[in-house]
Design a binder for this molecule. Sequence first.
Ligand SMILES: Cc1cc2nc3c(=O)[nH]c(=O)nc-3n(C[C@H](O)[C@H](O)[C@H](O)COP(=O)(O)O)c2cc1C
Length: 154
Amino acid sequence: MTPTRKVAVIYATEQGSTRDIAEFVAADLADRGAEVHLREVGYAPGLAGFDMVILGSAIHNMDFLPAAVDYIGRNRAELAATDVRLFGVGLGPALRGPVGRRIGRVVPEKIAALRDAVHARDYRLSCLRRGLRASWRIPEGTNALPSHGRWPLR
Ligand SMILES: Cc1cc2nc3c(=O)[nH]c(=O)nc-3n(C[C@H](O)[C@H](O)[C@H](O)COP(=O)(O)O)c2cc1C
């Protein structure tokens, strides 16, 4: 039997989509036997003892939200020493057509720099399948969570 993995799922959100996706990710990991601690970035736990950290942020102006950028800056060394994976939540995956799909896959420079600063093993881009509850929410029918996929539990 594989030992239980202790995972921190940390998120920064403005309108809730990133929290919804973080909840989805956390529930999926817990279903597979992980001990999961889900927290908003302002209440992130100390990282000692965690086997994996999954950190997600809404994307604003081609960057993570300031709270996530600050958190990564303050905890860079600890994060870099951990198995860390990042995800961003933005409109990119909702873009259609050959050009839209290409643009949607580009990792913005500032986010790539954050990913590299903590030696993240993975960066995923997501959007959420739901109605337009707020003007910047992702439109219904966008293929979001399936594109996000499941995180491997190693
Ligand atoms: C001011 C502002 C800037 C945004 N900039 C981007 C962007 O650069 N790239 C992108 O893909 N989405 C961008 N978005 C869309 C958000 O990422 C999208 O609304 C996302 O669902 C927000 O996640 P949240 O619900 O967790 O806050 C922007 C939204 C706002 C309000």
